[in-house]
Structures are given as structure tokens and as C-alpha cells.
Design a protein around this ligand. Structure first.
Ligand SMILES: C[S@@+](CC[C@H](N)C(=O)[O-])C[C@H]1O[C@@H](n2cnc3c(N)ncnc32)[C@H](O)[C@@H]1O
Length: 257
């Protein structure tokens, strides 16, 4: 995945992100509830990888009262908004695949819905395993392959291009963890359905979120949108609304003492 493109798309989306991020809030809340149960009373260094507008930061700050709270993101406009959430924040504009964090320096690394664009989950997990202190935790939420299946299917009726990101299966994450020194302490998968008054409302929301970015889109979709929206209408629910599936994985792993 082209990191500059990810940074640009999310940078442009920053202003509208919080108004559109309903599903993202729900997923972050679930991850934060799981993280809050961890047997860590306080933490020295807590990191939020792909912090976006910093939604997770106040909860992490309150729950763990860290001496250092780091918010890391590729997109500077996102970090500018995150800065407003918590006082005394360490802001880092960087790639979470190669975070400028010292080995054995982090008690807790959290990342909600930011690792689904990674090319090599095993390299990311291996790097985080180094960065964590012995006994430290990594907690992630990410998207699975069934995410936006209705949208993907509607596009196949229009052309053969890739219009919806492909998301890694659970087995890729589990293999990456198994190849690392980390021990999986929690794995949860859930499918959430969000309903929209019209398929166009979903397309607009994805754009507002910056989540419409795709790896390989060879033809512009101008002129193709209308037939896709018509194809999407076949998914209409009994209440006259249109569903979008989000396939979400949550995982927590620990570095052995
Ligand atoms: C969907 S938002 C989620 C933001 C936040 N974690 C939340 O739950 O609201 C994804 C964020 O990850 C960031 N991101 C994506 N890939 C990244 C990477 N390789 N390194 C750092 N940040 C990344 C984007 O810029 C964006 O701010």
C-alpha cells in the first residue's frame, strides 16, 4: 500500500472524520473496554498507533495514567486534532510499520482500525514484539475480508476493477502472531451491520472517513457509480434501508516476561 496516498487521503478526511465515524467509534469502544480489563494498574508508556483524531486517547490516559502517552499517525491533520484531546501528549508523525520507538520501551500499544492497510502483518507484529517491554501488551482491532461485501458484490456487476480494499483473513493475523514471541490472550471476531437510507449514503460516508482508498483502481469510476448504486439496491432490507457489513477482529497479545 502506498503510504503517501494513505496519509493524503486521511489528511483530507480529518475535518469530517468525527462526524462520520460511527462504526469506528463502536469498534474503538469495544477495544477500549477489553484493554481496560488488562491486569495493568498503571503504565509507563502507552502508544496509540494510527490515532486518527485521537478518540482512544482520553480513555487510555484516564485508565492507565501513563507517564508518557504517544499518539502516532501518518497524517499530520489527524494529529492536529488529536492534540486537542489530551494535555501532555507525545505526537509522532510516522508509519506504524516502522515506529520510531525504542526496543523494550512500551507497556501498552493500542491500535483501532488502522492496520488494515498493512502489506506485511508479520513484519508489523515482529516490530511491535521488539518495542514492547517484557510483560507489555499489544491490542488491535482490524477489518476482515467480509467487510463491505455488499459494495464489493455490487461493483462486480459493473466492471472487473478493484473498488473495495481487500482485507486480510483471520488466519494471516494468527500466523503472524504464532511466528512472533507474543502470546495471544484474546481473539474475538464479530460482524456488524450498518444500515443506510440509500447506497449513496454509504459511498459518501466512506469518502468522509478516507476509507474509500483502494490499492489498485485502474479505471476511474466516473460514470460507473450510478450502475453500481442500482446493483446495490438488490440488498434492500425489509425496512427499506441498505446494509453494509463490517467484519471486525479484535486481538490482544502479550510479550512474555
Ligand atoms: C480509520 S482511522 C482510525 C483512527 C482511530 N484509531 C480511531 O479509532 O478513531 C485510521 C487512521 O490510521 C492512520 N494510518 C493508516 N495507516 C497508517 C500507517 N501505516 N501508519 C500510521 N498511521 C496510519 C490514518 O492516517 C488514520 O488516521
Amino acid at each position: 500500500m502506498d503510504k503517501r496516498a494513505v496519509a493524503e487521503v486521511f489528511g483530507r478526511a480529518a475535518e469530517h472524520y468525527d462526524g462520520a465515524a460511527h462504526l469506528q467509534r463502536r469498534v474503538a469502544d469495544q477495544l477500549l473496554a477489553q484493554v481496560s480489563e488488562l491486569p495493568l494498574r498503571q503504565a509507563g508508556h502507552v502508544v496509540d498507533l494510527g490515532t486518527g483524531t485521537g478518540y482512544c486517547l482520553p480513555t487510555l490516559n484516564q485508565r492507565f495514567q501513563p507517564t508518557l502517552l504517544t499518539a502516532l499517525d501518518l497524517a499530520e491533520p489527524m494529529l492536529a486534532l488529536a492534540r486537542e484531546r489530551v494535555e501532555r501528549l507525545n505526537l509522532v508523525q510516522a508509519d506504524l510499520e516502522n515506529p520510531p520507538l525504542a526496543d523494550n520501551s512500551v507497556d501498552l500499544a493500542v491500535s483501532s482500525l488502522a492496520v488494515q492497510w498493512l502489506d506485511r502483518p508479520e513484519a508489523f507484529i515482529a516490530r511491535l514484539a521488539k518495542v514492547l517491554k517484557p510483560g507489555g501488551y499489544l491490542a488491535l482491532s482490524t477489518l476482515g475480508p467480509e467487510t463491505l461485501r455488499e459494495l464489493r458484490q455490487a461493483w462486480t456487476q459493473v466492471d472487473q476493477e478493484v473498488h473495495v480494499n481487500r482485507f486480510m483473513p483471520a488466519s494471516d493475523w494468527q500466523a503472524a502472531l504464532a511466528a512472533s514471541p507474543l502470546t495471544l490472550t484474546l481473539w474475538q471476531a464479530e460482524q456488524l451491520e450498518v444500515r443506510y437510507d440509500a447506497p449513496l449514503a454509504l459511498v459518501r460516508e466512506l469518502k468522509a472517513l478516507g476509507a474509500h482508498h483502494v490499492e489498485r483502481q485502474r479505471t476511474p469510476m466516473v460514470g460507473h457509480l450510478r450502475p453500481m448504486l442500482r446493483a446495490y439496491e438488490e440488498f434492500v432490507c425489509a425496512d427499506g434501508r441498505y446494509p453494509a457489513t463490517w467484519d471486525v477482529f479484535y486481538l490482544i497479545a502479550r510479550k512474555p516476561l
